[in-house]
Design a protein around this ligand. Sequence first.
Ligand SMILES: C[S@@+](CC[C@H](N)C(=O)[O-])C[C@H]1O[C@@H](n2cnc3c(N)ncnc32)[C@H](O)[C@@H]1O
Length: 292
Amino acid sequence: MPLPRPEIGHLLTVGRTRLRESTAIDHWRGAIAREDAEDLLALALGVEVEALDPEAPVPARAERRYRDYLERRAAGEPVALIRGAVCFAGLTLKVRPGVFVPRGSSELLAEAAIAALRRRPVKVAVDVACGAAPVACAVAAALPSAEVWGLDIDPAAVALSRANARRNHLTNARFRVSDLLAGLPPRLRGEVGAFTMHPPYVARREVRALPREIRGFEPRHTLTDGSADGLGLVRDLVGQAPGWLRRGGVVLFEVAPYLSRPVQSLLRGAELEVSVRSDPGGLTRVVGGRRR
Ligand SMILES: C[S@@+](CC[C@H](N)C(=O)[O-])C[C@H]1O[C@@H](n2cnc3c(N)ncnc32)[C@H](O)[C@@H]1O
């Protein structure tokens, strides 16, 4: 007689325990190990998390897949890379090793850009350092009449951005390999309604202190610009953006809460009118400057 198969509830307990022990994962919230185990078991079974029935048996092949995923996750690999995709602002975006994995926190940056552009008859948005293009795609999807540009210094990021726009049928988003704004068409001078940027803002010396799940899986140029305070690219964009902004246009940065004040000072120094947006926990994550 074949042995009874382990149930979903049991395998979730096994997974939770394995992931809680992992020092490669940043356990900044208590629920991370549980949520990741659920995501990985659902992935192995090919179902949604909501469909996991604790008493249902798990077929042998799915259990093998799950245990393999668990070991990869315990070594630090983000769930998104194991899955190969993320859901961002209702869009499904492909991810792959070598390109920064979009974070849910960047939805706030996209929302700020969409809010700033909605009131404008002509809408030009430029997402600088676009990575896999979560923000560019979210803006292009929310504002079909907008002309959206995504720029990144890394050709692999630009190739993935193009693929993500294509798979979401976003014909109003275009992408270029570009060091900051170097590749932006000159005809857009004075026309841009919103710049967005989620820069590599980790200070040079802080990179080695990052958890392994970040340091070991995101390329260094996506984490730091090599400056002592992490604000080298922010300073450069604050210097360049006003020449491209239309009156009333904004430049919006997603940064860690501890960088909010230094970024505000840089924006004020460029004579931009400062505003901030906070996440649901009340922490400032988006800092913006408006051209008067
Ligand atoms: C933190 S990631 C953000 C990616 C994406 N915006 C997101 O939120 O998922 C930073 C990005 O900056 C890009 N980058 C670094 N230096 C750059 C530069 N000088 N010009 C343009 N992009 C740059 C990296 O290739 C990387 O994709």
